[in-house]
Write a protein that binds this ligand. Structure first.
Ligand code: 1GP
Length: 254
């Protein structure tokens, strides 16, 4: 079974999936194993590993540690082509479709594709959309692209449909790490009612209630990074996981 199929199973069985983003520059080596074990036990459905900037040389070592301490998928969420490793279960093969920077539309992908093919790493073709966050995020600055305005759901839908028609497998709507405002529910609802692709949403999600609202608006996977870096205890992560799973088929009334 591919990792992508495992993710679809999570969505089917739990209503939606909860991912934690780990930034290799911020992970504390001595605390990583226990954090991964606790988060897995608390109900996390996958770990994303990556960052817009990466200065550590321990990327692969950290991936090994994460893999050794969890049974859920470990996905690379690459900030650059330096972040490719077959230790992970899969890589989100990102195409920054909201931007018009050719480097992030095809340039990096052409460089990364042969490396990924040779490594055997599973690529998951991902239409990545940056959404205006109310502040300039690292993703926006580093990608040198303009995000989609928060009140332009129709523009977001058009991008989502283009990704679907091109044949991408999943969408990632990201307000960017540390966003002042997360992706609006109205935009998620518009995409969910017009486009069949599963949606990952992240950036600026700070409470379980906010995570739940994203799922209710149609997100299939919710990502937190900053908030779980600062509150990494078991009960907090469990609250997030339960909020994301609250629309599991067995608990649905509609
Ligand atoms: C960023 O979606 C992720 O790409 C997570 O964002 O750090 O704001 O939770 P936060």
């Amino acid at each position: 079974m591919t990792t992508f199929d495992r993710l679809l199973d999570v969505r089917k069985e739990r209503g939606a999936g909860y991912f934690i983003l780990l930034d290799p520059d911020k992970n504390k080596r001595d605390q990583l194993p226990s954090f991964i074990q606790e988060a897995t036990e608390a109900g996390v459905d996958g770990f994303l590993v990556g960052g817009s900037l990466m200065s550590t040389d321990e990327f692969e070592q950290q991936l090994k540690t994460i893999k050794q301490n969890t049974s859920v998928p470990v996905l690379i969420f690459p900030g650059s082509i330096m972040q490719v490793s077959s230790i992970a279960d899969a890589i989100l093969f990102l195409v920054l479709i909201s931007g018009r920077n050719p480097e992030h539309l095809i340039g990096s992908q052409v460089i990364a594709a042969p490396i990924i093919r040779r490594s055997g790493l599973e690529p998951i073709s991902t239409g990545y959309m940056l959404i205006e966050a109310g502040n300039t995020t690292s993703a926006e600055f580093m990608s040198n692209t303009k995000p989609i305005p928060r009140d332009k759901a129709d523009i977001a839908v058009a991008h989502a449909l283009a990704a679907e028609i091109i044949g991408m497998k999943i969408l990632y709507l990201d307000a960017g790490s540390g966003a002042n405002a997360s992706v609006p529910e109205e935009m998620l609802r518009a995409i969910a009612s017009n486009c069949a692709l599963p949606v990952i949403v992240g950036g600026g999600i700070r409470t379980p209630e906010e995570a739940r609202r994203k799922v209710e608006a149609g997100a299939s996977f919710v990502v937190t990074g900053t908030v779980t870096e600062h509150n990494n205890h078991h009960s907090f992560i469990k609250e997030f996981a339960e909020a994301v799973h609250s629309r599991a088929p067995r608990s649905r009334t509609n």
